[in-house]
Design a protein around this ligand. Structure first.
Ligand SMILES: [Fe+2]
Length: 333
């Protein structure tokens, strides 16, 4: 049994009762995907991270150049879905217009975001197996351009999850501005620059070339500080952010629940977080049931169970204390 088998679809399609979109096409990987590999990647070392984060990530791959994900037909169909989901945008202190939980309104979006072929492809690029998050509002987040020209789509920040893609649904070449950018440095460095009020080191910003719609960047979103620039002229810009976590059970979960409370109603974020953690822990416990290790020492068994206990304890602590956190970001430039 592969505990990280993405084909298992272990969590059910039960959302908070959102109405489905009117015209929801059927997702067909054979027609809608056109998966390619990125030409280059940046490592965590390239960004300045060292041993201090080794226990929190199973891979050195930090961020990729843009690579193709969707076919032309896939782009057209995804745009059709995203245009319908634009009716459900909300705002938070970082993003003027985003739609969260679109997977509960569109099976196309959900089937794409959880497609085993797609996730296995991303796992290959990331050099470690990935799992789709069981948090419906995190697994497929949509950003729409603000209604004010010039206003950033999203400020400098790092993510509330471990791994994500940023895919252009609209054509990035058809608008002026709207670049996705990341900082070639660490979270700590960015925090110090922001707190000191020093001028921003523009020579350390990377704007990966976005060849067209249906192309993505893949990154460790909780370590790569990034932003999305505003449009300099009126136009349409839609991006889709898919979220993942590591299948490697030795890597602790990273979900910034207090930050999510700014994006989603706390009861919804909490229900999804509890499901996400329960799924992770149940996968680990299933191994004890299905693959008993008769040769392991008592201490080894205790270690395995204690991993689950630690994860549950952390989750309980977050659920009890997440309320009232300020939203973190590093402004815009
Ligand atoms: Fe982000």
């Amino acid at each position: 049994m592969h505990h990280y088998d993405v084909n298992l679809h272990l969590h059910p399609l039960i959302g908070p009762g959102y109405e489905p979109i009117q015209d929801d096409p059927v997702f067909d990987p054979a027609r809608h995907l056109a998966l390619e590999k990125p030409a280059s990647t940046l490592s965590l070392t390239d960004l300045g991270y060292g041993e201090e984060i080794a226990a929190t990530t199973p891979t050195q791959v930090a961020a990729t150049s843009c690579f193709r994900v969707l076919s032309d037909e896939g782009v057209e169909t995804m745009l059709h879905v995203c245009k319908q989901l634009e009716a459900f945008t909300t705002s938070n202190p970082r993003v003027a217009r985003n739609t969260r939980g679109g997977v509960y309104r569109s099976k196309f979006l959900r089937d794409f975001s959880m497609c085993p072929e797609y996730i296995e492809h991303l796992s290959g690029i990331m050099e470690t197996p990935l799992l789709p998050l069981a948090m419906g509002h995190q697994i497929a987040h949509l950003n729409y351009q603000p209604l004010t020209v010039g206003k950033n789509i999203d400020k400098w920040h790092y993510d509330t999850l471990q791994v994500d893609t940023v895919m252009f649904v609209t054509d990035p070449k058809s608008v002026e501005g709207g670049e996705f950018q990341y900082f070639k440095g660490t979270r700590k460095e960015m925090g110090e620059i922001y707190a000191s009020g020093k001028s921003f080191p523009h020579n350390r910003i990377e704007s990966p070339d976005m060849p067209g719609p249906g192309y993505s960047v893949l990154m460790q979103g909780n370590y790569v500080v990034h932003q999305a620039k505003g449009l300099r002229k009126e136009g349409e810009r839609i991006t889709l952010v898919n979220g993942f976590s590591y299948a490697d059970q030795h890597i602790p979960d990273y979900t910034a629940l207090g930050q999510l409370f700014h994006a989603d109603p706390p009861n919804i974020a909490s229900a999804e977080y509890a499901r996400h953690i329960a799924l992770r822990c149940s996968r680990q416990l299933e191994q004890f049931i299905n693959e008993p290790r008769f040769s392991d020492s008592p201490k080894k068994h205790a270690q395995g169970l204690s991993l689950v206990q630690t994860e549950l304890n952390k989750a309980i602590e977050q659920l009890n204390n997440a309320d009232g956190e300020e939203m973190r970001h590093f402004g815009e430039s």
